[in-house]
Design a protein around this ligand. Structure first.
Ligand code: GLY
Length: 383
């Protein structure tokens, strides 16, 4: 059943409202960062020490692009100094999330202004990311002590960290970053996607010989289910991987992963937090909807007209649902942009710490703005 699509007027209206909210938030979050998720729909400030801190400056940059109001780019450049300090002083960077942190906060500002501190910070982050590469198994280790058997794994989310490496190779004319990204993507294509297009959240390899061991989950419901956001990182990650590698396999898997996702959505096209749930009162993860919309819009650039139009239409339908039923309209009831995200929900089978269930989540706000920006017109990616 085809649902209503977001109109061009609604795209502009949603961006206007989002930018108003971002501007209202500047006094709280110019010299501090925004916590990963809200509590009762309000974000608190935090230090620059979470994996999520790059999304808020990404929103500021998108607000600048929409409005051309210098107040936004001024705030983004203040944030750049904090990100440079973080990577130079190695503050909470012993993990793989360098792309999530530095693409929307620093690659963005460098592309928009030529700010050299932003470039330097992002290149240092790329160096940190490749320091986690494991040649036995050919992957970037997600978390924990390097080489430890209990941490010898990557996670599907890492697909969004790889664009930082393609950018670093382009900037430095040094292929080392790109080569590592290409090796990681190959390992991910071979192991993270099941035959039906569903995905493993995390995947272990054998530290002795690099052989695949098993898929598991941290934030999904169960090892053999599909965590909605993992599926979304997979879909958008495949589109970005195709953009940078032109591997045909990325398109084939994108079709399968998207097909699986679409066939597990409730009527309003916004997933429950794990795709094992297709009805009932489990919480949604609205952020997955925005991430997938970005992935559909990105991949549509590389497909034949008819298929591209189908994906663009789906993205517009998802955004219409977010626009009608999930976004913050009354700016006093939340300091976020999109309600009903889920960061980590505990299940009897997963290993996560419960946080941010049915709340605004900072990447949900960012990707909602990114998807709207993509619909508004040509956009020079931060990824
Ligand atoms: N990358 C972690 C998450 O999506 O929650």
């Amino acid at each position: 059943m085809k649902r209503e699509e977001i109109s061009s007027g609604e795209v502009l209206q949603a961006l206007d409202t989002a930018c108003q909210q971002v501007e209202r938030n500047l006094p709280d979050f110019t010299y501090r960062c925004q916590n990963h998720s809200s509590v009762n729909n309000f974000y608190a400030p935090c230090e620059n020490n979470q994996w999520t801190c790059g999304f808020w400056p990404g929103e500021i940059c998108l607000a600048y692009e929409h409005t051309q109001n210098e107040v936004f780019i001024h705030a983004a450049q203040i944030q750049v100094e904090s990100f440079l300090h973080r990577i130079e002083n190695h503050v909470e960077v012993d993990h793989h999330d360098m792309g999530f942190l530095y693409s929307p906060s620093c690659v963005s500002v460098y592309k928009l202004t030529g700010n050299l501190h932003a470039r330097q910070a992002a290149l240092l982050a790329a160096d940190q990311l490749i320091s986690r590469f494991q040649p036995i198994g050919n992957f970037i280790q997600a978390w924990g002590k390097m080489g430890a058997r209990e941490n010898y794994r990557y996670i599907i989310d890492c697909l969004l960290n790889l664009p930082l490496l393609y950018w670093a190779s382009e900037e430095t004319k040094n292929d080392v970053y790109r080569d590592i990204a290409m090796k990681h993507i190959q390992t991910c294509l071979e192991n993270s996607f099941r035959g039906d297009g569903s995905t493993f959240h995390t995947f272990f390899l054998d530290p002795e010989n690099g052989n695949p061991v098993r898929g598991e989950t941290c934030q999904g419901y169960r090892a053999d289910s599909s965590w909605a956001r993992g599926q979304a990182w997979g879909i958008y990650g495949l589109a970005l991987s195709y953009r940078y590698t032109r591997k045909k396999e990325c398109i084939d898997l994108f079709r399968k992963a998207t097909g699986y996702y679409l066939s597990h959505l409730p009527l309003d096209l916004i997933p429950y937090w794990d795709l094992i749930f297709t009805s009932g009162d489990e919480e949604r993860d609205s952020s997955s909807g925005s991430i997938v919309a970005c992935g559909l819009l990105e991949m549509s650039k590389y497909l034949e007209k008819e298929e591209a139009e189908t994906y663009i239409s789906l993205a517009r339908q998802m955004l219409k649902s977010l626009y009608d039923s999930y976004r913050v309209v009354d700016l006093g009831m939340s300091n976020g942009l999109v309600l009903h995200g889920t960061y980590s929900k505990k299940s009897p089978y997963n290993t996560c710490t419960p946080e941010g269930v049915d709340e605004c989540v900072s990447w949900g706000d960012y990707f909602f703005m990114e998807a709207l920006t993509r619909l508004k017109g040509a956009w020079n990616l931060y990824w």
